[in-house]
Write a protein of this length. Structure first.
Length: 94
């Protein structure tokens, strides 16, 4: 009986450890992906600042970031809390 209890305890500890590792891995992956998105959006902002007098269409800026136009708009807005077009206009007026 004691061996059975010890076996169950080992399995529970192993299971908990596995769950914690998965959670940590998921959090790290999420954090890493978020950092990658921020880097790509920063590349776009730098590109806009360097090319204010040229055509800065959504397709062009999405290509700079390496996203589809739809995905780029969503990511840009979630990170900067500003629409792409609003940022371009604001930078052109500064």
């Amino acid at each position: 009986m004691r061996q059975a209890v010890e076996s169950i305890n080992r399995n529970l500890l192993s299971s908990r450890s596995l769950q914690e590792n998965r959670l940590t891995s998921a959090m790290t992956t999420s954090f890493t992906q978020e950092n990658l998105y921020i880097q790509r959006i920063n590349m776009v902002i730098s590109h806009v600042r360097e090319h204010l007098k040229t055509d800065l269409s959504l397709d062009t800026l999405a290509a700079v970031a390496g996203f589809s136009p739809f995905h780029f708009q969503r990511i840009f807005k979630s990170i900067t809390e500003e629409n792409v077009n609003d940022m371009v206009v604001r930078l052109r007026l500064e």
